[in-house]
Design a protein. Structure first.
Length: 81
């Protein structure tokens, strides 16, 4: 079966204390990709770019898991931004 790719290239906000901002950007990006994809199961969304994220960041956790728990430690540490 043929697959269609919906590609997004992004550059997430840079500030190290802005994990919450990047998490919001990730949510908005995935919402946009889902809207473009529609109900077509043959469409595969692909996200690339500079996420300005490390392995423990909120935004990356959201992109990989589709959710972030309220107890994630970066909610507290990124509140200084």
């Amino acid at each position: 079966a043929r697959k269609r790719i919906v590609l997004a290239n992004t550059h997430s906000f840079y500030h190290p204390g802005a994990g919450q901002v990047r998490a919001i950007q990730a949510k908005l990006l995935t919402d946009l990709l889902e809207a473009r994809k529609g109900h077509d199961d043959a469409t595969v969304p692909v996200i690339c770019g500079d996420l300005n994220a490390q392995a423990f960041d909120l935004s990356l956790h959201y992109l990989l898991n589709g959710t972030v728990h309220a107890s994630h430690p970066e909610w507290a540490t990124s509140s200084v931004f």
